[in-house]
Design a protein around this ligand. Structure first.
Ligand SMILES: Cc1cc2nc3c(=O)[nH]c(=O)nc-3n(C[C@H](O)[C@H](O)[C@H](O)COP(=O)(O)O)c2cc1C
Length: 189
């Protein structure tokens, strides 16, 4: 039976065209609480969540990320983004940046980071806020302006960029998630 939680999970999809409308501070607060509720290995909680609502910083990070993408030898991702919107962040008015600190064993923090991202995405979906988990949000932090962005966003000592989650409202309703592939499931009894 589909309960409310399963319905939310099934409804979530990646939004790639946002209006300028900002989610309310109250809703953003609720989403950050859901983020903090994520499980993590040995409860290390290796994250800090930064809610970026500043239009100028978002645009600067977008431009820098696209510049880095355009300069990469493999142009396929750049061309894919250009064919969609020409924007890394699809016009989203808000990005929740998940910054992370290294775990032992190294790399384990990315599991924790991804679970936080999904908590954010599902909480947002349940509240009618469209969203997209954005791995390419690392790009602006990978170039010469990376440290500067980290400073402006208030990254804590020892924390690096993990994932971004774009939040806002879709330009067009009716966005659909990917098709499910039942062939990927097997049971051993
Ligand atoms: C870790 C992760 C990183 C992602 N990074 C990006 C990204 O940078 N840009 C983008 O457009 N979509 C990104 N996506 C969204 C995926 O492309 C999307 O989840 C997938 O195509 C399935 O579609 P759906 O989310 O609409 O069901 C990312 C998803 C995940 C889980």
């Amino acid at each position: 039976m589909l309960n409310e939680t399963i319905r939310t999970i099934m409804k979530r999809y990646s939004c790639r065209a946002f209006t300028e409308k900002m989610p309310s501070d109250e809703d953003l607060q609720t989403i950050t609480r859901a983020a903090l509720a994520a499980p993590s290995g040995v409860n290390r909680q290796p994250w800090r969540i930064i809610v970026v609502k500043n239009k100028d910083i978002i645009k600067e990070m977008d431009d820098e990320g696209m510049k880095i993408l355009a300069a990469m030898p493999d142009k396929s991702t750049y061309e894919r983004i250009m064919s969609r919107s020409g924007s890394l962040f699809y016009g989203a008015p808000c990005i929740m940046i998940i910054s992370i600190t290294k775990a032992v064993p190294a790399g384990a923090e990315m599991f924790d980071c991804a679970i936080v991202a999904e908590n954010i995405a599902l909480a947002a979906t349940s509240m009618g806020i469209d969203n997209l988990i954005c791995g390419l949000a690392v790009l602006p932090f990978a170039g010469e302006k990376g440290a500067e962005f980290g400073r402006r966003l208030g990254f804590h000592e020892g924390y690096d960029m993990g994932l971004g989650v774009l939040l806002g409202y879709a330009k067009e309703t009716g966005g659909k998630p990917h098709d499910l592939d039942p062939a990927k499931i097997s049971f051993v009894e």
